[in-house]
Design a protein around this ligand. Structure first.
Ligand SMILES: NC(=O)c1ccc[n+]([C@@H]2O[C@H](COP(=O)([O-])OP(=O)(O)OC[C@H]3O[C@@H](n4cnc5c(N)ncnc54)[C@H](OP(=O)(O)O)[C@@H]3O)[C@@H](O)[C@H]2O)c1
Length: 341
C-alpha cells in the first residue's frame, strides 16, 4: 500500500475546499484506486512552512480555520525547498493567488516541487501561461506529472483532450470563462450597481482576491492564453491577448441588452489564422439565446470548441462551486498517481 505524502501550498478558498474533498473522498480513493494519503505539509504566507513528517492529525486539519495546526519539526523550514524535503512530499498541490503578469511565486513553487521529485497539481493558471513548456519538460524528465485541470474552468478541459480527443486538432474556441463578470453583469441587469455585483461575487467565493483581475479581463485573458498554449501548441504571451474588460459597459446598455434577450458576457476567443498563427482575445459581447452560451449566467461557465473532426462541441458547467474546483485538483491527483500503483 502506498501512502502519499501530500503538501498543500496556498490555503485560501481552493486549498480549504480541496482538504474538505480529500476527507470526503478518502474511502473512495482507497477502495477504488488503492490510494491512501496523509497531509505532511501545509503552507501559506500567514501560516508559514508547516511540516508534520508523520502527517498532521485529522483533528488539526479539520478544525477550521486551522488555528490548531502546529509546526512539528525543528528548525522550521525557511523556504519551499526545505519545506518539501522536510515533508517528504509525494504530491504538491499549488493553490496560491494568481499573479497574471509573471505567474510568480507559483511557477517557482511548481518548479521546486518537480525538482524535489513530486507530482505537482495546480489551480494557478499563471504557471501554464508563463512556464507550461518548461514545467512540462521538467516533469517528463523526472518521470512526474504536472497537471492543472482546475485552472481554466470547473469542467474537464485538458483531460478531455488528453483522454477523449486524441489527435483531434483544435481550430478555435470561444468561452465564457469568468464567473465574477457573469455575476456582476447579472446584478447590474437586475438593477443593482457594479459594486454590489462585485460584493455578490465575493460572497459566492468566485471573485479573485483582487477582483480587478476578473473585471478588467485578466483572468479570462490568462485562461485564453492557457488554452491556446496547451491545446493549440501556441506560444502566446499574456500581453499578446487583446483584452477589454467589462468596466467600460454602461449600466443602461447592460440592462437593455438583458431585456432584449441578448445579454453581455465577457467572451474569450482563440483561433488559428490563415498563416497558422494562433491569436486570442477577450471582450464583452452580446450572446445569442440560441448560441452555445445561452445558459452561461450566474456562475455557469461554458466553452465551445471547433475541431477538425467535430464542427462544434460545447461543454457547460452549471453553477460550479468551490467543490467543483477542488474536484479538478483531486481528479489530477488520481490521474497522477494511477501510473504509480
Ligand atoms: N476561487 C476559485 O473559484 C478558483 C477557481 C479556479 C482556480 N482558482 C485559482 O486558485 C488559486 C487560489 O485561489 P483562492 O480562491 O483559493 O485564493 P485565496 O482564497 O486568495 O487564497 C490564496 C492562498 O494563497 C496564499 N498565498 C498567496 N501568495 C503566497 C505566497 N507568495 N506564498 C505562500 N502562500 C501564498 C495565501 O496565503 P495568505 O492567506 O496567508 O496570504 C492564501 O492561502 C488562484 O491561483 C486562483 O486563480 C480559484
Amino acid at each position: 500500500m502506498k501512502v502519499y505524502n501530500l503538501c498543500l501550498l496556498g490555503f485560501g478558498n481552493v486549498g480549504c475546499a480541496l482538504l474538505d474533498l480529500l476527507f470526503e473522498k478518502r474511502d473512495e480513493l482507497w477502495e477504488e484506486f488503492g490510494v491512501a494519503w496523509r497531509v505532511t505539509g501545509v503552507a501559506s504566507r500567514g501560516l508559514g512552512w508547516l511540516v508534520a513528517p508523520e502527517g498532521f492529525p485529522d483533528e488539526e486539519l479539520t478544525y477550521a480555520p486551522l488555528a490548531g495546526l502546529a509546526q512539528k519539526v525543528s528548525p522550521a523550514p525557511v523556504d519551499v525547498k526545505e519545506w518539501l524535503a522536510a515533508a517528504r512530499c509525494d504530491v504538491l498541490f499549488e493553490a496560491t493567488s494568481l499573479e497574471p503578469l509573471t505567474g510568480e511565486p507559483a511557477v517557482s513553487h511548481v518548479r521546486a516541487g518537480l525538482e524535489h521529485g513530486a507530482h505537482v497539481v495546480t489551480a494557478n493558471k499563471g504557471t501554464i501561461v508563463h512556464a507550461y513548456r518548461e514545467l512540462e519538460t521538467l516533469a517528463r524528465s523526472r518521470g512526474r506529472r504536472f497537471l492543472f485541470e482546475a485552472t481554466v474552468a470547473e469542467f474537464p478541459v485538458f483531460s478531455l483532450f488528453r483522454g477523449s480527443l486524441p489527435a483531434a486538432r483544435l481550430l478555435s474556441f470561444e468561452g465564457v470563462l469568468n464567473s465574477t463578470t457573469n455575476v456582476i453583469l447579472d446584478e447590474i441587469a437586475a438593477g443593482r450597481t457594479f459594486d454590489e455585483g462585485v460584493r455578490r461575487a465575493q460572497e459566492l467565493g468566485v471573485a479573485e482576491t483582487d477582483p480587478t483581475h476578473d473585471v478588467d479581463g485578466w483572468d479570462s485573458a490568462v485562461k485564453a492564453c492557457a488554452l491556446a498554449n496547451v491545446l493549440m501548441g501556441a506560444e502566446l504571451k499574456i500581453e499578446e491577448v487583446e483584452r477589454e474588460g467589462i468596466r467600460g459597459l454602461k449600466d443602461e446598455d447592460v440592462r437593455a441588452a438583458h431585456a432584449e434577450g441578448r445579454p453581455f458576457r465577457l467572451v474569450a476567443r482563440g483561433r488559428r489564422d490563415a498563416a497558422g498563427r494562433v491569436e486570442a482575445s477577450v471582450r464583452p459581447e452580446h450572446v445569442s439565446p440560441r448560441g452555445p452560451f445561452a445558459s452561461a449566467e450566474g456562475t455557469t461557465l461554458a466553452i465551445h470548441y471547433e475541431l477538425d473532426v467535430l464542427p462544434g462541441l460545447t461543454v457547460v458547467a452549471h453553477d460550479p462551486d468551490l467543490t467543483s474546483t477542488a474536484y479538478g485538483l483531486l481528479a489530477d491527483f488520481i490521474d497522477a498517481v494511477r501510473g504509480d500503483v
